[in-house]
Design a protein around this ligand. Sequence first.
Ligand code: NAP
Ligand code: MG
Length: 399
Amino acid sequence: MAKIKMSVPLVEMDGDEMTRVIWQQIKDILIKPYVELNTEYYDLGLVHREETKDAVTTESALAIKKYGVGVKCATITPNAQRVEEYNLSSMWKSPNGTIRAILDGTVFRAPILVKGIQPYVPGWTSPITMARHAYGDIYRDVEGKVAKGGKATLVIEDENGRREIEIFDFSKSGGIVLGMHNTEKSISSFARCCFNYALDVKQDVWFATKDTISKTYDHTFKDIFAEIYENEYKEKFEKAGIEYFYTLIDDAVARVMRSHGGFIWACKNYDGDVMSDMVATAYGSLAMMTSVLVSPDGNYEYEAAHGTVTRHYYKYLKGEETSTNPVATIFAWSGALRKRGELDGNAELVEFANKLEKATISTIESGYMTGDLVSLFKSDVPAVKLNTEEFIRKIASNL
Ligand code: NAP
Ligand code: MG
């Protein structure tokens, strides 16, 4: 069989630990035998981020802006322990944070549903797609400590002049402060991304903030969504038979638990970070979720929603067998290859991506899976636990 050609490169961002090992296996066993893989490679592994003083992260994001599609492996976000472990010259920022700050946009995450794996929440019979705002709030904040006796003030200077708002008088105790921001432009594009995606998949959009407490910050999110919906989307939604629903974040959480799924849950950045892990886990496993960042100017970055699976990696380094689930990383590759194929009019590449996903799902449905899924699997066929490479090879034989 002739290999499928790619006319435009895919931006490939390699990563860390267990997912870096899986990354190579997926390329070697599942992709390269069929596709003449054309990528522009960026090594976002922590060792190379340190070597380049993190410039590689910015370069990779700019490459996505140039080519339109990227695929990213999970990466370590350094903390104090990692600074020591990797002998870092600085506690480099989260690569995802840096990339999202450059591309802007919204992260859509949806569970990969497989026959035989029941969600932990029995009522969730349809997927809940999480739409996470990928810009600003605490991910772009500034923070500081204030000594006892100090005072913190918020100063705003704009065309309306200068205002000073006292944050807190720390006369009785030292403490902490943080300042964060968002922009009307980013919130507007978040709203449009969600409404467009909803029209695409014909699903309702739910959105929630804490506007009763945060009467300017969160309320602005609510107002911008409402205005864009009324002016640009209401008619289209009515025609498509779908709804936009706004409520308070705590009410939303309660309603989501009681729902049957089948809608898009638009979340502010932090809510989306936290809630998507909860939703993914409830559907079975963090490793059974797709994740794509869609930027307002039409760039796509595909990744897995989970991290570098450090606990498994340390076992792997000791020579122990690991059964880490590669499905989310496979779907990051298939999603990126499919999008590349769509943009380039490459039908063979689209077809390959679809077949890769089908082979992955049918492998699990026929009873072959990694350890994390075994206890969740209820079917007529018995569940067979494979290690990561055996599982990938099983997918390859189905493919
Ligand atoms: P994690 O890598 O997602 O792993 C947490 C636990 O979830 C694992 O120990 C494992 O549970 C389970 N798990 C996650 N993915 C799995 C998979 N594919 N197959 C099987 N089990 C899976 O999160 P973490 O341990 O908190 O973070 C590790 C590193 O990843 C950190 O350095 C963090 O900065 C980074 N991180 C990166 C990203 C990203 O790049 N997008 C996102 C999150 C975290 P058991 O141990 O019980 O088997
Ligand atoms: Mg998270």
